[in-house]
Design a protein around this ligand. Sequence first.
Ligand code: AP5
Length: 190
Amino acid sequence: MTKKRVVLLGAPGAGKGTQARRLVERLDVPHVSTGDMLREAVAKRTPIGLEAKACMDRGELVPDEVVIGVAEERLARPDAEKGFILDGFPRTLVQARALDALLARLGRPLECCLALRIDEAEVTRRLLKRAELEGRSDDNAETIRKRLRVHEKQTAPLVDYYRDQGILAEVDAVGSVDAIADRIEGVLGS
Ligand code: AP5
């Protein structure tokens, strides 16, 4: 059986969003990206957006309680009953524990954490290229460095958290988008 309740973990630029978009089409489950939801809130100038913007522009994490609220509201919607691809959430141990508690209450535990393995030089190259093409406000050399440090300190420990739960799968995230999608399909089942 294909695993459909999945967390994508990986450094900024590792390809979480790219692979999540592939997966949601294939598995017909919602793409839950806290980064996308926060950027939408910033664009609409909602209270959450106003609170999040400064943190995002500095390359820091938005406070746990804000992001947990956003993710919980999305995961409680009916379309997430059939599964979900979480992209960029959880990013701290506090968020991971809150997610586990929510999914336990819903009776739908996580089935897999896919950790995308990639080195800093490659993700920096990808993000600087995206900066030229799209101009995302946090894609500049200084903020990318900060995001990578924040990832290493606050998010990378989640690899051990999910390994201890027995649901971790590490995937080489270097190569073509298709090749990586094939590796992921091999892990989740088709
Ligand atoms: P978020 O939007 O989650 O950004 P991120 O983690 O920095 O990730 P990116 O979107 O930059 O990279 P990605 O891994 O999705 O790669 P992508 O597929 O885009 O978060 C932004 C901010 O929001 C955070 O810094 C924080 O402030 C806040 N936030 C969000 N969630 C939060 C949370 N849970 N808690 C607290 N704060 C939170 O690919 C990158 C580029 O590479 C693209 O141009 C793509 O086309 C290209 N690419 C992809 N795959 C390949 C490939 N195989 N080969 C070559 N190029 C590729």
